[in-house]
Design a protein. Structure first.
Length: 123
């Protein structure tokens, strides 16, 4: 069964790459991370990994491009992960106040262009 899953994942890579390209081509995206329990081999317990999601959806603003989401898994919540995910993105990023996003908003960012912080509203 593992071989089948691996083969399916390999065959789906062009679709995944297309979705990723579509999401990061947006002028504005939303980013967030969620803790997920992951089995820790040999320890008999779980550790906490992170599932990152970046979403584009302009329908509320009468946008015509289709909405989409791209996901990434990381074993921890280090700020290097969103920096790597968003290395080729410039535009508006709506995210929570997680400190790992701060370096992305730095005006001296030398990547593709600036990323403008759009704060999240929480009640």
């Amino acid at each position: 069964m593992c071989d089948w899953v691996g083969q399916a994942a390999w065959l789906l890579q062009p679709i995944v790459a297309g979705i990723r390209k579509h999401v990061f081509a947006a002028e504005k995206i939303h980013g967030d991370d969620t803790p997920v329990p992951v089995l820790s081999p040999g320890l008999g317990r779980t550790k906490t990994g992170r599932l990152w999601v970046y979403v584009r959806d302009d329908r509320p603003c009468c946008g015509t491009d289709p909405p989409a989401a791209v996901y990434f898994y990381t074993p921890d919540r280090g700020g290097v992960h969103p920096a790597a995910h968003l290395a080729g993105f410039s535009g508006f990023l709506q995210a929570d106040a997680y400190a790992g996003f701060e370096a992305l908003y730095d005006a001296a960012r030398t990547m593709l262009g600036p990323i403008t912080e759009v704060a999240c509203y929480q009640r």
